[in-house]
Design a protein around this ligand. Structure first.
Ligand code: PLP
Length: 391
């Protein structure tokens, strides 16, 4: 089955829900059993990995509709939902470490994931080393006897470096480390992590899976080998997501393939246009041929989403504000993946540690939504006029 078909049928089970197309919203905490044997059987089945309702926190048919669809699309064994993308990142890491361990994390990681490593992991005696996202197979030089996790994210948050995931995975596996990837940018459609050596893949479902900027959710998908550990960690830590949010995520997922195609097309158009602007220093979009990671993107990815950055020629803060403040179609705000366009200013030099980021050319990150690109370009164009007056 092709992905466009899978995304429509995966995880659905109308036959067990009165023929209703989408898995309904099951609100549940207590689940009643009719006998002790039924209760014990349910727990035994669950311990064997079956999807049975035992208690609200452990999942319901609503949860499984999303989890099973994401597992199938990403090409993993099973998926666990979390209440946010960050919770998914944190628990995926936490599953595989204990006090005294060491992990390697890309310097281009989503900044809140870095905060988790620098604060929570540190507090519990796990050491983090950040590595150059472009390190490739040389990561083997940073692997210590106690390195248990290699965390990747490609392209990098805000800066869009492409990582050579298969090379990193090979080196990590030689040393017995588990390879995690934050696969949010490509979504389960445009990158198939398990075909490239990833053991554990994370989605901030908040972004493209939900697709409408109104729900927080995360998923972690693993290989068969790593599933029991991940599921145990999630359960012990009390991780669960509300059924209404899960429902909206599985509803959003059904249209992801058409939305993503449009985000990709629109973003490439805007990126190409930006490249020709005299105010622009560079455009950081992996699908553009002059992006340093373009070859890796072409080799491993099936598409590009609507998120990329560009850097301005050096200009004043007032000029940047004049550009951003009066944009009409680009909302100024965090997150992305919804139907609407967004812009945010970022200074990667403020948090990078393994690599130096020169902030002389200010970085603006765009999410290109589903609006008409002529309108988006006109909006940006007016922004450049305001910028030029204050440069
Ligand atoms: C947004 C984001 C997250 C966190 O997701 P939330 O649902 O906002 O917690 C993690 N990784 C990446 C790459 C993200 O963009």
């Amino acid at each position: 089955m092709k992905d466009e078909t899978k995304i429509v049928v995966a995880g659905r089970s109308p036959e067990t829900n009165f023929g209703i197309v989408n898995a309904p919203v099951y609100h549940a905490s207590t689940v009643l059993y009719s006998s002790l044997s039924e209760l014990q059987k349910a727990h035994k089945d669950r311990a064997e990995g079956k999807q049975v309702v035992t208690y609200g926190r452990m999942g319901t048919p609503t949860t499984w509709s999303l989890e099973n669809a994401v597992a199938e699309l990403e090409g993993g064994y099973r998926t666990q939902v979390f209440p946010s993308g960050l919770a998914a990142c944190a628990h995926a890491i936490q599953t595989f470490v204990q006090a005294g361990d060491h992990i390697l994390v890309t310097d281009s990681v989503y900044n809140p994931t870095r905060q988790y490593c620098d604060h929570m992991l540190k507090k519990f005696g796990v050491e983090t080393t950040y590595y150059d996202p472009l390190i490739g197979s040389s990561i083997s030089e940073l692997i210590q006897p106690n390195t248990k996790v290699v965390f990747t994210e490609s392209p990098g948050s805000q800066t869009f470096e492409m990582q050579d995931i298969p090379a990193i995975a090979e080196a990590a596996h030689k040393a017995g480390a588990v390879v995690l990837m934050d696969n949010t940018w490509a979504s389960p459609l445009y990158y198939k992590p398990f075909e490239h050596g990833v053991d554990v893949s994370i989605q901030a479902g908040t972004k493209y899976i939900v697709g409408h900027s109104d729900v927080m959710i995360g998923t972690v998908t693993t290989t068969k080998e790593h599933w029991p550990a991940l599921q145990a960690c999630a359960n012990i830590m009390g991780q669960t997501a509300g059924p209404d949010d899960v429902y909206l995520a599985q509803r959003g997922l059904r249209t992801l393939s058409v939305r993503l195609k449009q985000h990709m097309e629109n973003a490439i158009k805007v990126a190409e246009w930006l490249k020709g602007r005299p105010e622009v220093h560079s455009v950081l979009h992996p699908a553009l041929e002059d992006h340093p990671g373009h070859d890796l993107w072409k080799r491993d990815f099936l598409g590009a989403s609507g998120l990329f950055s560009f850097r301005l020629n050096a200009c004043s803060r007032d000029a940047i504000a004049a550009f951003m403040d009066d944009l009409e179609l680009f909302g100024m705000g965090y997150s992305w993946g919804g139907y609407e366009s967004l812009i945010i200013y970022a200074d990667p030099s403020s948090y990078r540690t393994a690599t130096k980021w020169d902030n002389t050319n200010p970085l603006l990150r765009l999410h290109i939504g589903l609006e008409d690109t002529d309108d988006l370009i006109a909006d940006l164009s007016a922004g450049f006029e305001r910028l030029n007056k204050l440069k």
